[in-house]
Write a protein that binds this ligand. Structure first.
Ligand code: MF3
Ligand code: CO
Length: 290
């Protein structure tokens, strides 16, 4: 049985302030949300300043790796070569690729081309050609802290309808960021994304979502991008999670490759994804990786 925290005891957050001067009021507020039937964050996912600093540093490396790929991706490169570039760059920057050997995943990144929704596995046989779109999903462990973000790339001249999809998924993520602030709900974020996709006649993937991150690769909460406003977990300062919607030109339905990882659109039409890692701050948010 855990002893109940006294008001003069040191706060659970590790600040070494007295509980009553630190998170006591916060805990009362959270309890009142919980009593109203809302999902409130468990303490374990609320990061302290030292953890935030570590995760921020990891996110900087992740962003730098994607900047590096932005400079090197071109028609004729294989997804295997991109994987190698990321592997080498990550080690050079003092990190380790989080996907490598994660639950048996064989590579350092995910490279999802055209109708691949997510978790495309890099291969020397997949050579990027004119008109392709590809999501490069990079995740880094740096000094024990995890980061995760992804971008879309258009190779050469892309069909206008497909290029528009890529633009809209990026816009959706950017628009949704204004909803990331304390005492909003994750559903407020997904609502913006869903509405933006719907406005353009696109569908939003249901089976994959964002996730808490920082001390582990995938932490609670799971982040839906089809949830209504005012639902899902309450956001509070110190929470870190990814926003990574997958938006399809046609149906939201998918099928899984026999490799057990790669998801494809059921109708073969293109899918696009953008991913940022974000921290909820006292007065809004900070993007930690993009
Ligand atoms: N960045 C991807 C995600 O968060 C990584 C998936 S796990 C992997 O969904 F093993 F496929 F990399
Ligand atoms: Co992710």
């Amino acid at each position: 049985m855990v002893k109940k925290l006294g008001r003069n005891d040191p706060c659970w957050c590790g600040s070494s302030k007295k509980y009553k001067k630190c998170h006591a009021e916060f805990d009362d507020k959270l309890e009142s949300y919980r009593l109203q039937g809302h999902i409130v964050p468990p303490r374990e996912i609320i990061k302290n300043p030292a953890q935030i600093a570590g995760i921020r540093a990891s996110g900087k490396i992740n962003t730098a790796i994607l900047d590096y790929i932005t400079d090197h991706i071109k028609i004729g490169i294989s997804t295997e070569e991109i994987d190698q570039l990321v592997y080498q760059k990550t080690l050079e920057l003092g990190g380790h690729p989080a996907p490598l050997n994660y639950r048996g995943y064989p590579k350092s990144i995910c490279t999802s081309v055209n109708d691949q929704i997510c978790h495309g596995i890099p291969s020397p046989e997949v050579i990027l050609k004119e008109g392709d779109i590809v999501n490069i999903d990079v995740s880094t462990i740096y000094q024990g802290y995890f980061s995760d973000s992804s971008r879309m790339f258009c190779l050469g001249e892309v069909e206008p309808t497909t290029a528009k999809l890529v633009q809209v998924v990026r816009e959706a993520v950017e628009l949704s960021l204004s909803e990331v602030k304390p005492w909003n709900f994750l559903g407020d974020v997904s609502h913006v994304i869903y509405q933006h996709a719907k406005k353009h006649g696109y569908s939003v993937v249901r089976e994959f979502g964002g996730h808490g991150i920082g001390l582990e690769f995938h932490e609670t909460p799971w982040v839906s991008f089809v949830a209504p406003a005012g639902t899902e977990m309450l956001m509070v300062p110190g929470m870190i999670f990814t926003i990574e919607p997958m938006i399809n030109l046609g149906t939201h339905e998918l099928y899984l490759d026999p490799n057990g990882w790669t998801a494809y659109t059921a109708d073969g039409k293109p899918s696009a994804q953008w991913e940022v890692m974000v921290l909820v701050t006292e007065d809004g948010h900070e993007v930690l990786a993009h």
